[in-house]
Design a protein around this ligand. Structure first.
Ligand SMILES: Nc1ncnc2c1ncn2[C@@H]1O[C@H](COP(=O)(O)OP(=O)(O)O)[C@@H](O)[C@H]1O
Ligand SMILES: [Mg+2]
Length: 372
């Protein structure tokens, strides 16, 4: 955008200061002039000796007064003009100084340097508020960009792993004349399945982040039941009992994404559970203040409170990793977080004192006006 450069704000402020000062000066002088006119007669009879005059007669006092008054008034106005211009220029400069700091910071940010902050000193005023808001925005942007970079690096790394494993399997098989072809197929197939799972999880994540899905009325309790039914065989295999609780829990959103959310939470609750006699509690609830609430709670090993908050980052896995055929790709909770955010909900992870995790997802109740 190449716009013609207009007069600077400093100049415009200076001119308005000086202009106002001149106007006030003119008004004041006019008032003085009117005052003088009221008390000074048009003509006066001067008697010699009484006022130091030498001649007597009738004198036009007023026209003399004008001669005396006009040059002085002009001098006062000239002084006010100079004073207004100089003072205005200095004052405007002082007022606008924070703006140039903001401009510098914006220029730096637009060249990609997001680590710079304005950090405007002084008391809270309009400029300070703007600068603080700008700093907050920069901090969020910086965090977002570095999160994206981390994500891209991690995703590339995770995508490379199955390819590297396939290559190793193929290399070993080629070098071995007595290779077991079926075993090679099995291993390649397993690696391939995992790579597909990972790619699908990545696609799902980006779909949830785009927020481009149709919203419909959904009963969260039915969704939870559906997910529990699907995962029942896995739970039985691992000796985990699932207890579901809750009546009709209406909310709005994408049925498919919400099902994915509950499935991921339930899958985690089963997989990251005690080796035997684990329990998973799934409940849905309607709350007057927060709408629909889903809670998934499970027994398990102790979870540190500090890393619990970072578990929702992509590819973040806890220490006690679930191995074997149901190890996740590390995107389960990241997908849950994205789906929750896309539904304007809140996700809370709380480690249970006895071990395991309690996860709540608060969603809004359906908008009564949108019913159609
Ligand atoms: N219900 C849970 N109980 C205990 N730990 C959990 C639970 N859900 C997730 N976690 C921890 O959070 C980590 C991240 O979970 P997730 O994003 O689903 O990745 P993944 O399951 O693929 O490892 C897991 O590795 C696990 O350590
Ligand atoms: Mg998982």
């Amino acid at each position: 955008m190449d716009r013609r450069r207009g007069p600077s704000v400093r100049l415009r402020l200076t001119l308005s200061y000086a202009g106002f000062l001149m106007l006030a000066g003119v008004l004041l002088l006019a008032a003085v002039w009117l005052f003088l006119l009221r008390y000074v007669p048009v003509r006066a009879l001067i008697i010699p000796g009484s006022t130091g005059g030498t001649t007597n007669g009738v004198f036009p006092v007023r026209s003399n007064l004008l001669h005396v008054f006009a040059p002085r008034a002009a001098a006062v106005l000239a002084f006010l003009l100079v004073f207004g211009l100089v003072g205005g220029w200095l004052l405007a400069g002082r007022m606008l100084a924070p703006l140039s700091r903001l401009t510098d910071a914006t220029r730096l940010a637009s060249t990609g340097s997001l680590s710079h902050r304005v950090r405007l000193p002084g008391r809270k005023d309009e400029f300070r508020e703007l600068a603080d808001a700008f700093d907050t925005m920069l901090a969020r942007l910086q965090a977002h960009v570095s999160e994206q970079r981390r994500f891209a690096a991690n995703a590339s790394h995770e995508l490379r792993t199955p390819l590297a494993i396939s290559k190793a399997v193929l290399d070993v098989a080629r070098a071995d004349p007595d290779r077991d072809v079926d075993e090679v197929f099995d291993r390649l197939s397993a690696v391939n399945t995992r790579a597909i799972e990972l790619t699908e999880a990545l696609l799902l994540l980006s779909r949830a982040e785009q927020r481009s899905f149709a919203r419909e009325d959904v009963d969260l309790s039915l969704v939870a039941e559906e997910a529990a039914e699907t995962l029942l065989p896995l739970a039985e295999k691992r000796g985990v009992t699932i207890e579901t609780l809750g009546g009709i829990t209406p909310t709005t959103g994408s049925h498919a994404l919400l099902l994915q959310l509950v499935t991921n939470l339930l899958h985690n609750a089963i997989v990251h559970n005690l080796p035997e006699q684990g329990v998973v509690w799934v409940s849905t609830d309607v709350r007057p203040d927060s709408g629909a609430v889903l809670t998934v709670e499970n027994t398990g090993g102790p979870v540190d409170p500090e890393p619990a908050t970072t578990l929702t980052e992509p590819f973040q896995r806890g220490t006690g990793r679930a191995h074997g055929d149901h190890a996740g790709v590390g995107l389960g909770l990241a997908i849950v977080r994205s789906i929750t955010q896309a539904h304007d909900g809140t996700l809370t992870l709380t480690p249970r004192p006895a071990g395991g995790l309690r996860i709540t997802v608060e969603l809004s109740a359906p908008d009564p006006h949108s019913a159609d």
